[in-house]
Design a protein around this ligand. Sequence first.
Ligand code: DX5
Ligand code: ZN
Length: 230
Amino acid sequence: MQNSIFSDQSPKILPSILSADFARLAADLADAQAAGADFPHIDVMDGHLVPNLSLGVPIVDKLRKATAGFFDVHLMIDAPVTYAPSFRKAGADNITFHVEAPEVKNDLVGAAKEIRKLGCHVGITLKPKTPIDTVFPVLDYVDLVLIMSVEPGFGGQKFMADMLEKARIVKPMLKSHQKLEIDGGIGPATIRQAREAGIDWFVVGSALFDAKDRKSAMASMHAGIAAAGG
Ligand code: DX5
Ligand code: ZN
């Protein structure tokens, strides 16, 4: 399975629904997309791999019925292979898992293969303190590498600029259909440096959903990407 989104070389700004109004989730996501944001990034947390709880399968399922387009699901959970089938069935188009997850850390390739068997795309990610070489063995088996630029668990944290070094290291190892994504602290002030480090997909939570004017926040981010050379 190869979604055309992966052959699209243009940068994407993914609204992170963790910062949306959960009481009116579909409408708030639609509003962010009307302001120009691309397809949603969906953060799933289990209170074990990261110190917070967020949302689960039923929310993805309901949002899927209300929202067209690609769903990028970031599983911050201990057992991603166990839960991947449920998220796929609920409408996930890409499922990203953590190298630190206890269920998979000794067999990242096996986990990537299991998730791909579900007929979706697969991403790999790592926490800020985890060295980038932990993803090297699985690169041939994934469609996406996600660089965490905050400690995963909460929106609205400060961008860790030193994480861009990981992007610079891994970017030349990726093929043209493999995407490099960044998550945490991205907004008008940080997107340019991230683009310069080779990022394709920018996850944006608070800088978009909390902006007084979402269209102008989007315009500032597009300007940052353009300043980096497009
Ligand atoms: C953090 C999540 C992020 C978060 C980003 O654990 O994975 O997607 O929502 O939020 P901001 O953009 O506010 O840092
Ligand atoms: Zn995320």
